[in-house]
Write a protein that binds this ligand. Structure first.
Ligand SMILES: [Zn+2]
Ligand SMILES: [Zn+2]
Length: 251
């Protein structure tokens, strides 16, 4: 496993992660009752989360009519450039608040709970033998990384790597151009233009012989970012790109 980021960022993230983990076996993140589990969410509260059950097998978005087809009408018309996108949860309360807390308030405890839920879902999903060769976190531009102090996608990918045994490569993709937040962009065309050519493959060598890649992110909303990353990877010869994220939001 090769994780190479600036040492300052890594040590800060580790410090924050340790701080978050200190209280892990004590209180449920949702109901605040004491619990004894390897992550801080009780089984009752976990059952109440907004699970995505009937999702499109391509884009992972909730299907309006699951009985009609396993693929949503949009993906049937315009298939995304990657093989699949999967999220166990919908970006709804309390998941949305936990992700915001994780990203913007460095609440690593909530990030860890959601990452463990994702890791368990992916272990089941990958148990059919279609395991990716490598996990790649969505990169942050260096200015954003400096500002935030950590890359949330990398923190999620670390949990996924530890729980599944799949190697993680944190430095093969690079965000070469800072972009406006996708949430401020109106319309698919503008969102797509916003991220176009903003990612680069820093090192093809770092991908080794990986043919199947899992891109790891916190939330997928418009798919423009993961489409662009997938394009970069496929241009470099990667055969299959699967996206996995904590939660899926509608565009
Ligand atoms: Zn609870
Ligand atoms: Zn779809």
């Amino acid at each position: 496993m090769a994780i190479r980021t600036s040492s300052g960022t890594i040590s800060k993230a580790r410090r924050l992660l340790r701080r978050g983990r200190e209280w892990l076996p004590t209180l449920c993140l949702a109901c605040h009752r004491p619990l004894c589990r390897s992550y801080s969410l009780c089984r009752e509260c976990e059952a109440e989360l907004p699970w995505l059950v009937d999702a499109c097998d391509h884009c992972g978005e909730e299907l309006a009519d699951p009985a009609a087809s396993a693929t949503c009408p949009r993906c049937r018309l315009d298939p995304p450039g990657f093989e699949s996108c999967y999220a166990p949860l919908a970006y709804l309360p309390p998941v949305d608040k936990w992700i915001v807390d994780f990203k913007f308030n460095a609440n690593f405890a909530s990030g860890y709970v959601l990452s463990r839920i994702l890791a368990r879902a992916m272990r089941i999903r990958w148990s059919d033998g279609k395991r990716p060769d490598l996990l790649l976190p969505t990169p942050l531009h260096r200015s954003k990384l400096r500002q935030r102090g950590f890359n949330q996608a990398l923190e999620i990918a670390k949990v996924l790597a530890a729980e599944t045994g799949i190697p993680l490569q944190a430095r093969s993709l690079r965000k070469s151009r800072a972009t406006a937040p996708q949430t401020r962009m109106q319309g698919a065309r503008k969102r797509s233009a916003n991220v176009r050519s903003s990612f680069e493959l820093e090192s093809r060598q770092a991908l080794g012989n990986a043919r199947r890649i899992a891109l790891v992110d916190d939330v997928v909303t418009t798919m423009s970012t993961v489409r662009e990353l997938s394009r970069v990877l496929k241009r470099a010869g990667v055969e299959e790109v699967e996206v996995c994220c904590l939660a899926r939001a509608g565009p």
